[in-house]
Design a protein around this ligand. Structure first.
Ligand code: XMP
Ligand code: MG
Length: 189
C-alpha cells in the first residue's frame, strides 16, 4: 500500500499500530500554544513560515486558533540522502515569496527529529536579517536529536519511532489522519 496506491479512509486508521497523540490532544495543545504565541507577538510584525508539506495541518489549525491575524508564507526543502533519515544537507525546493527583513518570523513545523533540517532552515532565515526567528513544532523526538535546536514552542515530545498522520506521511500517505501514530508492521511489508 505504498507508492502510487491510495489508502482509503477506512484503512488509514486501521493501518496505525498505536495512536501517540489524539485529535483532541492536538487541538487542546494548539489552543494553549496559540495563546502564548499571541502574547509573544502582540503589536509585532510577525510572519508565520510553514515548511511543506508536513506542516500544513499544524499551520491550518494553529492559525485558526491564534487570536491574532498574521500573514503566512511557505518553504519547501528536501534533505539530500536516502530513505527516512535526514542528512542535514538541505536544498530549497520552494523559497519564501516574502522578504523577511525586519520581520518577526515564526517557523511552524510538524516534527523535529534529528533537528538537522530545522537548524539549517533557521540559519538560512537568520541570514536574511529578520527581527527574530523562533520555532513552533507540534512534535519533537528528544532521543533522535543530532543537533540542539532552540525550539520555543513544542507540542509533544514523542519516542524515537517513525510516526504518521496530521501532515506526516509514509510514502506520501496518511497525511490526512487527524491523529499521530505509529504504523502497523503489515504496512511496511
Ligand atoms: P530532521 O529533524 O531529522 O527531520 O531533519 C527532517 C524531516 O523529516 C521528516 N520526518 C518525519 N516524517 N514521520 C514522518 O512522516 C517521522 O517520524 C518523521 N521524522 C522526521 C519531517 O518532514 C521532518 O521535517
Ligand atoms: Mg515527510
Amino acid at each position: 500500500q505504498q507508492g502510487e496506491c491510495t489508502v482509503d479512509a477506512a484503512h488509514m486508521g486501521a493501518d496505525l499500530e498505536r495512536v501517540l497523540v489524539t485529535e483532541d490532544e492536538i487541538q487542546a495543545k494548539l489552543a494553549e500554544l496559540s495563546q502564548e504565541i499571541a502574547d509573544e507577538y502582540a503589536g509585532k510584525d510577525v510572519l508565520l513560515v510553514g515548511v511543506l508539506k508536513g506542516a500544513v495541518m499544524v499551520m491550518a489549525d494553529l492559525m485558526r486558533a491564534l487570536p491574532i491575524t498574521a500573514p503566512v508564507d511557505w518553504m519547501a526543502v528536501s534533505s539530500y540522502g536516502s530513505g527516512t533519515k535526514s542528512s542535514g544537507v538541505v536544498r530549497i525546493l520552494k523559497d519564501l515569496d516574502t522578504d523577511i527583513s525586519g520581520k518577526h518570523v515564526l517557523i511552524v513545523e510538524d516534527i523535529v527529529d534529528s533537528g538537522l533540517t530545522l537548524s539549517w532552515i533557521r540559519s538560512n532565515l537568520e541570514s536574511r536579517n529578520p527581527a527574530s526567528v523562533e520555532i513552533c513544532t507540534l512534535l519533537r523526538k528528544p532521543e533522535a536529536a543530532k543537533v540542539e535546536v532552540d525550539v520555543k514552542w513544542v507540542g509533544f515530545d514523542i519516542p524515537n519511532e517513525f510516526v504518521v498522520g496530521y501532515g506526516l506521511d509514509y510514502a506520501e500517505q496518511y497525511r490526512g489522519l487527524r491523529q499521530v501514530g505509529t504504523l502497523a508492521p503489515h504496512v511496511y511489508s
